[in-house]
Design a protein around this ligand. Structure first.
Ligand code: SF4
Length: 416
């Protein structure tokens, strides 16, 4: 995320996660306004602008353009952003590569007549989680921005958020996501008579929607409020003491401050005693340090695995502990056929396997087996999955073949 400066006591979902993960990074981003925008955040922002402009056009602009590719309006918006210096030409190309799947896979962005729509709508809540109306200038305790909020007399309230990541959540995962829950909570405060709110995450790069319905009576509301309150209390405590400790975590791997963070630099440079000589906390710090330190080496491992195939179990992995992974033992279709024989319903199949990334497929099969029948799951796993060490990349493409170039979906994209 790029520049996220805002009043520190006005908690956003992203700043709540920041203060939970590392107070020093919270201060750098939220208070000092550190701008850590990079190629991927610029591409993400540009794709959002395209999505908003097409929605605002209120036409068939999102329709499937004859002959494939992007609609002319989308191309024009990208050109404008190049001219304005928001993205360069190579980033523009990547934006096209991201957005084209939304069209080739026929994501439906037009929601038909009867919807009231607000794009880029900011919401603000008081400490007691009541809504602050637009135009009222009192300080907010919690705030954020929906990419799109829409309301229909029959279909109710839904929130749309566009994502450019390669990894797409399922509806179940979305229902547990903190950002989704915060957005749904805010919508509940704006529409106090509404019983349910539908969240729709639009994965532009993958060309699919994840959808979850939040019920006003669910325990998620209390949990989300408690997390936001706790985050705000933590910010207040750090502000009062003006202390912003560096807290190591796996996110350090991506931290823009890592090279100047004393805690992190110390962890990277620490001598490497045997693991059993370290406390659990020391081991955790070591993992963090190594994960960042090895990031560059990781690229060469990926390149090697791309050209040579999976690395055999027990092999040398340039500092990585060999980890057993799973890959399908039979084809995608055969796997699904077997799952159907043990009770997978059509609805479950759509939820778990439609547009699943190839890298996520074995994990989804494993989860499905446990969910369908825990007693027989292990036996079926041996039938359907086989172990290996190494990495594979790409997206499994149940439809349509060739729509997604493999090069557009490597793990670096996912990291971004
Ligand atoms: S490297 Fe880790 S501990 Fe240091 S500032 Fe960044 S997130 Fe915090």
């Amino acid at each position: 995320m790029s520049n996220v400066r805002h009043p520190p006591m006005e908690i956003h979902q992203s700043s709540a996660q920041l203060i939970e993960n590392c107070p020093r990074l919270f201060k750098a981003k939220v208070i000092d306004g550190l701008d850590d925008s990079n190629r991927w955040s610029r591409i993400g922002s540009a794709c959002h602008v395209v999505a908003q402009r097409l929605n605002a056009a209120e036409t068939d602009a999102w329709g499937d353009p004859p002959g494939g590719g992007l609609p002319s309006l989308a191309r024009a918006v990208l050109d404008e952003q190049v001219d304005a210096g928001a993205i360069d030409k190579s980033e523009r190309e990547e934006c096209e590569a991201v957005l084209v799947h939304a069209f080739t896979r026929k994501m439906q962005f037009g929601f038909g007549p009867g919807w009231e729509v607000w794009n880029e709508l900011t919401w603000r809540m008081r400490e007691d989680f009541t809504h602050i109306p637009h135009g009222v200038t009192e300080p907010a305790a919690y705030s954020g921005t929906w990419d799109r909020l829409q309301r229909h007399p029959e279909f109710g309230v839904s929130i749309v958020d566009y994502k450019t990541s390669a990894a797409a959540m399922t509806g179940t995962e979305l229902s547990q996501d903190f950002q989704a829950r915060t957005y749904a909570l805010a919508a509940m405060t704006l529409f106090p008579d509404v019983r349910t709110v539908t969240l729709m995450w639009g994965y532009l790069r993958v060309g699919r929607w994840a959808r979850a319905v939040f019920d006003r009576d669910g325990t998620w509301m209390g949990q989300t409020k408690a997390r936001l309150i706790a985050a705000r209390a933590r910010v207040a405590a750090h502000l009062e003491l003006d202390q912003w400790p560096e807290t190591l975590g796996l996110g350090c791997k991506y931290c823009p401050l890592a090279d100047e963070c004393a805690t992190f630099v110390t962890a990277v440079r620490a001598p490497y005693p045997p693991a059993d000589a370290l406390s659990v906390e020391q081991q955790a710090a070591r993992v963090v340090a190594l994960s960042r330190h090895l990031q560059t080496l990781e690229r060469s491992v990926r390149a090697y695995a791309r050209s040579h195939g999976p690395i055999p179990l027990g092999g040398a992995c340039i500092g990585y502990k060999p980890v057993e992974k799973l890959e399908p033992a039979v084809s995608y279709e055969e796997t699904l056929a077997e799952l159907r024989t043990i009770g997978m319903t059509p609805a479950q199949e759509i939820e778990w396997f439609r547009f699943v990334r190839e890298a996520d497929f074995p994990g989804r099969v494993r989860s499905a087996l446990w969910e369908l029948n825990p007693a027989t799951a292990k036996g079926w796993m041996q039938e359907l999955l086989s172990p290996y060490t190494g990495s594979k990349w790409g997206i499994f493409e149940p439809e349509p073949p060739g729509a997604m170039p493999e090069s557009a979906f490597d793990e670096e994209d996912m990291d971004a």
